[in-house]
Structures are given as C-alpha cells and as structure tokens.
Design a protein around this ligand. Structure first.
Ligand code: SAH
Length: 371
C-alpha cells in the first residue's frame, strides 16, 4: 500500500460523513442527494480554494448550502479558541477545540523569504511520557482523524492567504506521536499532498517520531519522499531511558538499525532531533558518543534549544554550550544544525499552550511506560 493510492477526496468526505453520523461518504451523499461531482466540489472548495465554509461555495445551489449548514456540516473540524502572535509576529500559535471538547495546538512559523512552516498535532495528548515534554506529561486522550490533522494546516493556510502567502512546509512535531496514529497521519499526508487539493509536495512534509521501530519499517515501505525525523535526544541507552520511557521498548541500537533499513530502502536522509537538556545530555562526552553513532551515515543532527516547561525539572543548555556541542559533531564530520528558536514568548513548544489553559490536575498524569 502506498500513499499515492490513497483517495484524498474519499478520506475527506468519509471523515466528514462520520462526524455527521453517516457510515461513509456514500451514505452522506445519499442523504443529501449529492452526485459524486458535488462531493469533489465541496472537497476542492475546502482544500484548494480554502473557502471559509460551505455557505461560501457559490457554485452550489443555495438550498443545498443551507441544508448542509443546518445539518451541522462544516469545512473545519477544528475550532480555533486561542490564536496568539509572538511579539516579532513571526510565530502564530493556535489552540483548537475538537468536536468532543478535546484541545490540540498547532504553530505557524514565518521565516525570512517565502518559507513558512506549520507544526501540527496528530493526537490529543501523547502516550509516550517523555519527561521533558509538556504533552508527554499530560497523558494520552485520543487519536485525531486525518481531517482533524489536515485542518490545522488548512487554518493557517487561510490565514496566510489573506496576506498573499502560502504554507510551504508542514511538520508533524506538535502534540502526539504520529506513528502511534499511523493511518490517520498517512491519510493527512495524502490530504496535504493531493494535487487536486492542498497540493503540498511530499518533500515539504516532515514526520517526527519518538522512534517506533516497527512503524519506521512500515513507513520505509510507503515509498514516499516525506522526510523522517527521529527524536533521539541521547547518545546511549542509559541517558535516553532516564527521560524517554519508549527507550525501554526499543533500544538505540534497534532504533538506529531501523533507520539504516529506512535509508537503504528510501535512499533518503534521516534527521535526528536532539533537545539540549542542561547536565543531562549536553556534555562533551555525550557529543563524542553521538558523533560516533552518527558518523558515516546519511544522517543529519538538529540540536534543539529546550523551551522550559512550567513545573518541569529540566533546564535548557545555554547557547554557548550548544555551539560547543555542535562543534564536536561538526569536527567529526556529522552534518549538524542548531534550531533557531521561535515563539518563546508565546509558549510555542509542544503542549505548552494547552498546559497553560488547563487546570493543573489534568496535566500531572504520572510518567508511565509509554505504549
Ligand atoms: N512524538 C513526536 C513528535 C512530537 S514532539 C516526537 O517525539 O518526535 C516534536 C519534537 O519537539 C520532539 O523532538 C520533541 O522532543 C520536541 N520537544 C518537546 N517538548 C519540547 C520542549 N519543551 N522544548 C524543545 N523541544 C521540545
């Protein structure tokens, strides 16, 4: 099965049909007497023309627009409840409510030039309990559907369109573990990529995973150009297991073996994220050990300055030490970048905005063994 074969119109309409209580797109079409071309028209209006809602689709008969709206049909499955811009205006953070009251976050980053990146969530909460991550500390609520994931990007695409701009990159680095919601994430990729719809190239999409070995193999089999990023964060099992429970299930050796299989199969580079935690994983010894593991492969390391979370025990490594760490990797011939930190003043790191709006009791789920 490959992404290319997924029918984006079917994914989108089925998802909407489901939300209205119909079993599938066919039942939905039958209930409103919609011909297949009408479904495609709705789909195109939402995903390509980026219209606000069904009432704006002037090519549809007025009665049909009214009927669909009255029955609760809506173009967006995510409802923005807080939208904040950073003081420099380059970062916009959205908190979205889902139909059942759950909340997820997404972030728009506007870089210099034309480049824009939307960071989206794949789950409400997360089951993997990485100790440094706000979302991980809040526990898992539920999987998002493909449309709920896609609609976060659609929201920012509409916002950018008002200024003549577009979404050029999408990263699955918001709340949740994309490979723990594999089918919906691949469905969302199909929606993002569809040439008849949103039209974002696979190479402009990045999936970031905590490192689920079986799903990495599955992803390699998809045969697509979507970028793969691995949240490694440590050069050995002792350090990684101390703050990432998932490492007890898949060791670093097993994880890197899966990455090698992926590179062999896809001929694509793997990106490794490494969040810099003061006194935990940022020593020169860690850098040397990481360099030994990364060297000689089609790997790229991205060092991430840590965004301190409200009650967390971790502190970020200072900038000077981050650059010293980078220099060791660089000297060893490992392609390395240091992530530019955006949106600190609006709590733009994973799970932070939701943590601020929710009562504390709801976000102190114990760190447990991941999934
Ligand atoms: N579950 C996936 C994707 C979500 S997290 C994964 O683990 O990759 C996306 C990235 O943000 C991960 O690399 C994660 O480690 C990082 N991250 C989480 N909280 C952070 C924080 N407070 N500061 C900096 N990076 C953080």
């Amino acid at each position: 099965m490959t992404l290319v074969n997924r029918d984006a119109v079917a994914i989108w309409t089925d998802d909407k049909a489901h939300r209205l209580g119909f079993a599938n797109a066919q039942a939905f079409a039958d209930a409103f007497g919609l011909k297949p071309y009408r479904l495609r028209q709705l789909y195109r209006a939402a995903t390509k023309e980026l219209l606000g809602d069904v009432g704006d689709v002037t090519t549809l008969p007025k009665e049909l627009r009214t009927e669909l709206t009255d029955r609760g049909f809506s173009f967006s499955s995510v409802d923005p409840i807080v939208v904040q811009k950073s003081s420099d205006k380059q970062t916009t953070k959205g908190l979205f409510r889902l139909y059942d009251g759950d909340e997820v976050e997404a972030v728009l980053m506007e870089h210099t030039g034309d480049r824009t990146t939307v960071c989206i969530s794949s789950q409400a909460g997360c089951a993997f309990a990485c100790a440094f991550c706000s979302t991980g500390q809040a526990g898992f609520t539920r999987n998002l559907t493909a449309t709920e994931i896609f609609d976060q990007a659609r929201f920012f695409a509409r916002e950018l369109a008002t200024r003549g701009r577009r979404v050029t990159n999408v990263v699955f680095m918001g709340m949740g573990e994309p490979f723990h919601n594999y089918d919906a994430v691949i469905g969302a990729v199909a929606l993002l990529n569809d040439g008849q719809g949103f039209g974002l190239g696979h190479r402009h999409i990045t999936i970031s995973t905590v490192g689920l070995v079986d799903q990495i193999d599955r992803f390699a089999d998809e045969g697509v150009q979507v970028n793969l990023a691995i949240s490694l964060h440590a050069p050995n099992d002792e350090v990684r297991s101390s703050f990432m429970p998932v490492n007890k299930k898949f060791s670093i050796d097993e994880l890197l073996a899966a990455c090698e299989r992926y590179v062999a199969r896809s001929k694509r580079k793997v990106f490794f994220e490494y969040v810099m935690l003061a006194g935990v994983n940022d020593t020169p010894e860690c850098a040397n050990e990481l360099a030994r593991r990364m060297r000689g492969h089609l790997y790229h390391v991205n060092l991430i300055p840590y965004n301190t979370t409200p009650d967390g025990p971790f502190q970020g490594t200072d900038e000077q030490r981050i650059w010293a760490f980078a220099a060791i990797l660089d000297k060893a011939g490992v392609p390395t970048t240091v992530r530019h930190n955006m949106g600190r003043d609006i709590a733009a790191a994973c799970g932070q905005l939701r943590a601020e709006t929710q009562p504390k009791a709801q976000r102190t789920t114990a760190v447990s063994s991941g999934a």
